[in-house]
Structure formats: structure tokens, C-alpha cells
Write a protein that binds this ligand. Structure first.
Ligand SMILES: *Cc1c(COP(=O)(O)O)cnc(C)c1O
Length: 403
């Protein structure tokens, strides 16, 4: 890596970027191409490209085994997997879904398609996750569904939410997109609530180019979802359900997802090495706190989330601008939170002081297939350099002399 001698070497001040090729927070897993081609030949030779072909059937079987559930239904995206499952599970004649605001930026849009009105709940300040306690005040006569969303490091309060769902009779669906590999105190992710939703987008742990799936132990639900994703058809031109969609996963995506699934244990091992490099190096950087994975249970080590403590000498905005200029594509963690976004659809206005505070202080750092442990060393070296020269940096940005 290029050694930075003074702040004029920082790319934001017209120095040469530390990385010629951007390092991002996207996973972009590249499984073995031979495996991908092997799976692809199966559907190609059979001439079946979609509609429950051989790879989709195999993928659903393997994912059900992986998550230790009886059913897996694949979709063309995590978005439609969740939207269609929400539409099936939501209690009739009720209008609201409870979800956190500190979460995936399109989560409220998913609810809007059902349609359900999002009511945003707080999260726990330590785990960054929704809990029974933060959801309970949001329950009312209009609550049709609880959407339990895991944060991107560790899981949410699965047991508490299941209890609340049992007591109130309000169905519970999990968005487990960022928790594919996780185990929790209550067991392996995939079998909780009425169902759980996952994504096969290229930026997630399992790369199917794009796609999604639902896991459940409810056979009737699985059957309904299988019909809904295929236009609502049951047999030739017999539309059985009103809200059908074309949301099927096609065979080439399933082939890629299968190749990714074959690689998942090896990938997690590589993720662990990246994470441990961050952990070792960031321990020596005052003002930065790496959000730790709970290693008592299996975890995918996929995402790198860092808190900027009050002792970190630069604002988050400047920190991210400096990093991005170096082609280190750090981003702010789930900011703005959903309740602060402009929404062109009905939603319940929310006052969420904990979420507002948390949404100001975390960043995501590069991770995934294209980031090597040596890259991680270099990224932390740049952060150290920024902290050491913070006064000069602030002076230069204040005087607006960035050229
Ligand atoms: C990416 C993501 C989704 C949506 O998945 P797609 O397959 O991209 O539609 C849903 N929830 C969470 C938490 C996500 O990160």
C-alpha cells in the first residue's frame, strides 16, 4: 500500500487513493465456477429454465436441511419472499406491521406493497436489535403482524418475540437475511416464528445473483407461498389465490446459489479471518469500537460494524468522506433510520430517541470476498493515520481548501 506521509497524501486532498480498485461492504462471493457450470448443465441439458426446475428443487431441499426445517420456498428476491409471506400471515382486517426503524433501507417499502402500514419500534441500545420490550408498546387492535428483524451482527430477541406472539395471537415473521449462518441461544436460525425470510442477492452471504427464500415448518403456509409466487396458478389457468405474483427463482440463479451453498463453510472461515484481523488491529485504535460477534454460537462473521466513540476525533461524515476517497467504501450504518425517511405511502409517525442516537454513530467497513486480510490491515492503518492527523484534517476541511 501507498504510505501516507502527510495529510496532502490523503485522497480527499488530492493524494493518490490507497486502493486502485474499490473495497466495498458488499459480499460479492465468487464460488467455484466449475461448480456453478456443473449445476448449470443440469437444467440446460433438461431444457427447463424456470418453473420448479431441477436446481430450484435441489436448492429448496438443501436449504431446508441447512436450516433444519421441513420446508423452503425460493423466490426471485428477498423483497418478494417477505412481501408475499407478510400478505399470507397478516391478520385480516388489521392494518399495521411492527418493525424496527434501524434496519434495511427498503423494509417499509416491502410492507407498503402488501399493503401494511409500518409502525416503527425502538431497538435495544446494546444489541441494536428489537426486543419484546421495544415491540410491546407498538401492539394495538390494528396490529396484523410482527416483523422480527435481526441486526447485521448477532440476532434479535427471538424467544421474547415468540412469547409475545403466542400471548397476543399476532403472527411473527422473521427477516433473517443477515443471519443465514447464525445460531442463537434458542437454536439455529430458520425455524422461528411462523416463517423466516432470506435473500440470495449478490451482496449477501449466499450469492444467487439475486433471489430469496422462506423457511418454515408450516406445510400449509409453504404450499400457499409456492402457489402465490407462480401467479397464483394451481394447475393450468386455474387461479386459486387473488394476490399472485411472478416471483419465481429461475434455474441459473438457483445454480449459483447451490455453488455458494457448497462454499458456505469455507466462506465463513475466510470471513472469520477478516473479522479477527479487524479485531486485532482495531483494539489498538482509541475511539473505535468493533461490534463483536457472539462466538458462543455459530456465526457468519459477515459484517463489520464499528462504533465511533466520543473520543474519536472526526465526525462520521468526514470519516466516511476520507475513507471513500481512498476507495474504502465505508458507509453509515442504517442511516437515516426508516422513520426519518420520506415515505409516499401510509405509515405511523414515530418518535424514537434511542434509534436516532444510534443512527448517528456506527459505520460499516469493507468486508466480503474481495477484501483480503492484508486489505484490512491497510484500512486500519488509514484510520490510524486519520486519527493521528485529525487536527490538521479538521483545519483543512474547515478552511474549505480541499481543491
Ligand atoms: C437485502 C435485504 C432484504 C431484501 O433482499 P433482496 O433479495 O435484495 O430483495 C431484506 N431484508 C434485509 C435485512 C436485507 O438486508
Amino acid at each position: 500500500m501507498l504510505i501516507k506521509k502527510g495529510i496532502e497524501d490523503l485522497a480527499l486532498f488530492n493524494g493518490k487513493p490507497a486502493f486502485a480498485v474499490p473495497r466495498s461492504t458488499s459480499n460479492l462471493l465468487q464460488p467455484d465456477i466449475e461448480k456453478f457450470l456443473e449445476y448449470s448443465k443440469v437444467f440446460y441439458e433438461q431444457g427447463q429454465y424456470t418453473n420448479n426446475g431441477p436446481n430450484v428443487r435441489l436448492l429448496e431441499k438443501r436449504l431446508a436441511e441447512f436450516h433444519e426445517v421441513s420446508h423452503c420456498i425460493t423466490f426471485n428476491s428477498g423483497f418478494w419472499a417477505l412481501a408475499l409471506t407478510m400478505s399470507v400471515l397478516a391478520l385480516e382486517h388489521r392494518s399495521e406491521v411492527v418493525m424496527p426503524a434501524l434496519t434495511y433501507r427498503r423494509m417499509a417499502d416491502i410492507a407498503a406493497w402488501v399493503p401494511l402500514k409500518p409502525r416503527f419500534c425502538e431497538v435495544d441500545p446494546t444489541t441494536l436489535a428489537m426486543t419484546r420490550k421495544t415491540v410491546e408498546p407498538c401492539i394495538n387492535e390494528e396490529t396484523a403482524l410482527i416483523l422480527g428483524v435481526h441486526p447485521i451482527v448477532n440476532g434479535c430477541d427471538v424467544e421474547g418475540l415468540e412469547q409475545l406472539s403466542d400471548e397476543t395471537g399476532i403472527p411473527l415473521l422473521f427477516d433473517s437475511v443477515e443471519s443465514v449462518y447464525e445460531g442463537l441461544a434458542a437454536g439455529k436460525v430458520g425455524k422461528f416464528g411462523r416463517a423466516e425470510g432470506f435473500s440470495l442477492h449478490a451482496c449477501k452471504l449466499l450469492n444467487g445473483f439475486g433471489g430469496g427464500y422462506i423457511t418454515t415448518n408450516d406445510g400449509a403456509l409453504a404450499q400457499k407461498l409456492a402457489v402465490l409466487r407462480g401467479f397464483g396458478f394451481s394447475g393450468l389457468d386455474n387461479v386459486v389465490l387473488g394476490q399472485g405474483m411472478n416471483a419465481k427463482l429461475n434455474e441459473i440463479h438457483a445454480a449459483m446459489a447451490l455453488a455458494s451453498l457448497d462454499d458456505v463453510d469455507a466462506q465463513v472461515e475466510r470471513n472469520r479471518e477478516r473479522y479477527q484481523t479487524y479485531q486485532r488491529r482495531l483494539a489498538g485504535v482509541p475511539g473505535l469500537r468493533l461490534v463483536a460477534f457472539d462466538e458462543r454460537y455459530p456465526t457468519g462473521y459477515k459484517n463489520i460494524v464499528v462504533e465511533l466513540l466520543p473520543s474519536w476525533p472526526l465526525s462520521r461524515e468526514i470519516t466516511i468522506a476520507l475513507l471513500n476517497a481512498e476507495n474504502i467504501l465505508a458507509r453509515s450504518y442504517y442511516a437515516p433510520p426508516l422513520h426519518r425517511k420520506v415515505m409516499a405511502f401510509p405509515h405511523v409517525p414515530a418518535d424514537l430517541p434511542v434509534t436516532d442516537r444510534l443512527a448517528e454513530v456506527f459505520i460499516n467497513l469493507p468486508c466480503g470476498h474481495r477484501v483480503s486480510p492484508a486489505d484490512v490491515e491497510d484500512i486500519v492503518t488509514i484510520l490510524e493515520f486519520m486519527a493521528k492527523h485529525a487536527d490538521e484534517i479538521l483545519e483543512k476541511t474547515r478552511s474549505g481548501s480541499q481543491g
